[in-house]
Design a protein around this ligand. Structure first.
Ligand code: ARG
Length: 671
């Protein structure tokens, strides 16, 4: 049940009698900050009073008179300048809890408007090892697909692999020049990865060398600009006639110029470090000297692949399955699956058709030999085909959109992709209308960057991105330290064997990484800090999993105490509304938290923000912890108290388990 939605509906009806725009005010309902004043509060009457020229308190009284809400709450109070405080009725809470227990969906309704939704997520460029940057799309996309499916949408997940781009040119070049076919055949995955790294390092080296002169010129310009600005600022600062505002402005501008200079300086430093890495390694330096212009050569290999060159096609066909094995290993560990994996290569043959169609529609313009589409509201065009005939990322996305429209016939497509691609998606979405696909809702579910513990982009010392697999291993190892330490293990009965420990460490480690990502608003950057992620306290998956394990441990012990084999089924069969008596504040608070589950799911879906579900689970786990401290379950002889508390424990376990499942996170029966 979505309590807020229910209250909104009732308020809407009541407000109807006072204004012809009830929808503007019905939504002004919040969870009350202090339970002393009730559970929910509406502050609609202040703005409404202003609008209709009546005192807010009078308006509030009229609203309360018109409200038909007695099945849900006590008669609402009017407070302060015109707040309406709402206290849920005990019977309402009890009967809702009983309903939730009897429902395998724990009271979460399915949507009234099911849609067919394609979710394009993960979509790494294969041929290079997955790095930490890939975690976000994979984890957020997976959580959204689980959640949207749970509420009844038909979800089609599609991993739009980058299996056709320059990165294949890189391994083809690497293989041809540095590869040993026997070694690659014997151990393809790591060998291809190291060929990728080697070739890429040469590319970066040669690009760095080529860019240095230009960077130095830019630096000199920036330095003199910074000096000029500084001098100008000093002059204004010592000018008695200048206002404080003018002085501040001049200083700000001088500071900005200084920062630009510093940032170019640091670019040069990292460029020089890249160069030094190769120069200091005799073998690498020799390779770099021997192979001229690797970047251009790699582009030629890519172009040959696209043109159908037999040798490069054969190599691509040979390598691709190994690249897929590599990413599938990570998906297996993360428990992520896809309905489709239609990579960029799948659309290759359709690309000329896209250009042709755009030509026919009169949407294209030739500019500098390239085929472009100029769109209203954008400064730069969308390039569809380069002058050398090559197609682009955007061309493939257009072909993919057509395919999804025709074959999947979907209502909505979510692209779970880094926010740095926003401009691409804005332009690309603007093309849907002219192409006759305005029927599909296109959404860029964008996200920020994963930073290192220090708040800077996460890189290894040599500047390459840290491999995803080593981060997963690390999280699992830390999870084991935290959850399976000797002190905790000594309390376990029966004792916990090595196998169970490893299993728990894997579930906790994967959960930690996923939850750390999902619990931040997707558009903000976050710091990857393994120690914080696996902490037993705080807004972590570990805390939620631990809370779940506590519910299960209590249920096992009560089952033993009462001689009942399956306590969950027993509660399901033996509970009715009068059995639930919420006498303690901690019981009531936990019951309300549990009832808010659907509301949290709806909120997480509305803006594609799984962090709202995380926040909800955290609040619920905290309410459970307070309940646990205050309300004894075990050894309780009063049958009503026992049933009430057992019901709350059972339901807490189910809500946390289901909530984590929607986030792609598992639980363990004991920890
Ligand atoms: N492979 C792309 C990248 O790594 C992401 C693809 C996202 N999906 C899409 N349809 N463009 O940047």
């Amino acid at each position: 049940m979505n309590l807020s939605a229910l209250l909104r509906k009732r308020f809407h009806a009541a407000l109807n009698e006072l204004t012809d725009q009830p929808e503007d005010f019905a939504g002004m309902i919040r969870v009350a900050a202090d339970p002393k004043f009730g559970d929910y509060q509406s502050n609609a009457c202040m703005p409404l009073g202003k609008k209709i020229g009546q005192a807010p308190r009078d308006v509030a009284t009229k609203v309360v008179d018109a409200l038909q809400i007695e099945d849900v709450c006590e008669t609402p109070d009017v407070a302060g300048p015109g707040f309406i405080n709402i206290k849920l009725r005990d019977e309402f809470l009890s009967s809702t809890i009983v309903e939730m227990i009897g429902d395998e969906r724990v009271g979460v309704a399915t949507t009234e408007q099911p849609e067919k939704i394609v979710i394009d997520y993960s979509s790494p460029n294969v041929a290079k090892p997955m790095h930490v940057g890939h975690i976000r799309s994979t984890v957020i996309g997976h959580a959204l697909s689980e959640t949207l499916r749970f509420v009844g949408h038909e979800v089609i997940t599609d991993n739009h692999l980058g299996d056709w781009g320059t990165q294949f040119g890189i391994i083809i070049y690497g293989y041809k020049h540095f590869g040993d076919p026997d070694v690659v055949a014997a151990n393809p995955v790591p060998e291809l990865a190291s060929l990728y790294r080697l070739t890429n390092q040469l590319i970066e080296y040669q690009k760095a060398k080529a860019s240095l002169p230009q960077l130095n010129t830019k630096l000199a310009e920036a330095e003199s600009h910074a000096e000029t600005e500084d001098a100008a600022a000093k002059a204004i600062e010592s000018d008695e006639k200048a206002t404080a505002k003018e002085k501040k402005k001049a200083r700000k501008s001088a500071d900005a110029a200084r920062r630009r200079f510093e940032s170019i300086k640091s670019d040069i430093a990292s460029t020089q470090a890249k160069i030094a890495d190769v120069d200091n390694d005799a073998k690498l330096a020799a390779l770099a000297a021997e192979h001229e212009d690797v970047p251009a050569a790699v582009l030629r290999e890519t172009a040959k692949l696209h043109e159908g060159d037999a040798e490069n096609r054969a190599l691509w066909e040979k390598f691709l399955p190994h690249c897929k094995d590599e990413i599938n290993r990570i998906y297996d560990r993360l428990g992520v699956t896809f309905d489709h994996t239609l990579g960029e290569s799948f659309y290759h043959d359709r690309l000329p058709g896209v250009v042709e169609m755009l030509n026919k529609l009169g949407l294209t313009t030739k500019s500098d030999g390239a085929v472009c589409v100029f769109l209203d509201g954008f400064d730069s065009p969308m390039i569809i085909q380069k002058r050398d005939g090559a197609f682009l990322y955007a061309t493939t996305d257009l072909a993919t959109l057509q395919y999804r429209n025709e074959v999947f016939q979907c209502d909505r497509i979510l692209y779970v992709v880094d926010s740095r691609q926003s401009e691409h998606f804005e332009k690309f979405f603007a093309m849907a209308g002219p192409l006759g696909m305005e029927n599909i809702e296109l959404v860029h579910v964008s996200f920020g960057t994963v930073l290192g513990k220090d708040g800077r982009p996460m890189k290894t010392r040599s500047g390459s991105l840290i491999g995803l697999e080593s981060l997963l291993d690390d999280a699992v190892a830390r999870a084991k330290d935290v959850v399976c330490n000797p002190e905790r293990l000594s309390n376990m009965s029966p004792p916990m064997g090595e196998e169970e420990q490893n299993q728990i460490a894997e579930v906790v480690g994967m959960g930690a990484i996923k939850y750390a990502d999902l619990s931040h608003h997707r558009t903000s950057d976050y710091r990857f800090d393994v120690d914080k992620m696996v902490a037993l306290e705080g807004n972590t998956a570990t805390y939620m999993q631990y809370s779940y394990a506590r519910t299960q441990s209590i249920l096992r012990r009560v089952a033993e105490e009462q001689g009942i084999a399956d306590i969950e089924s027993w509660i399901g069969e033996n509970i009715s509304t009068p059995d639930i008596q919420l006498r303690e504040p901690a019981e009531r608070a936990l019951a309300i938290a549990l009832i808010r589950f659907e509301e949290a799911i709806d909120n997480a879906i509305a803006a594609y923000t799984p962090n709202q579900l995380c926040d909800y689970l955290f609040d619920t786990a905290k309410a459970y912890s307070t309940f646990n401290d205050a309300c004894r379950v075990l050894g309780n002889t009063d049958p009503t108290i026992l049933k009430t508390r057992l019901a709350l424990v059972v339901l807490t376990g189910r809500v946390i388990k289901q909530g984590l499942k929607l986030l792609g996170i598992g639980v363990c029966d004991r920890m």
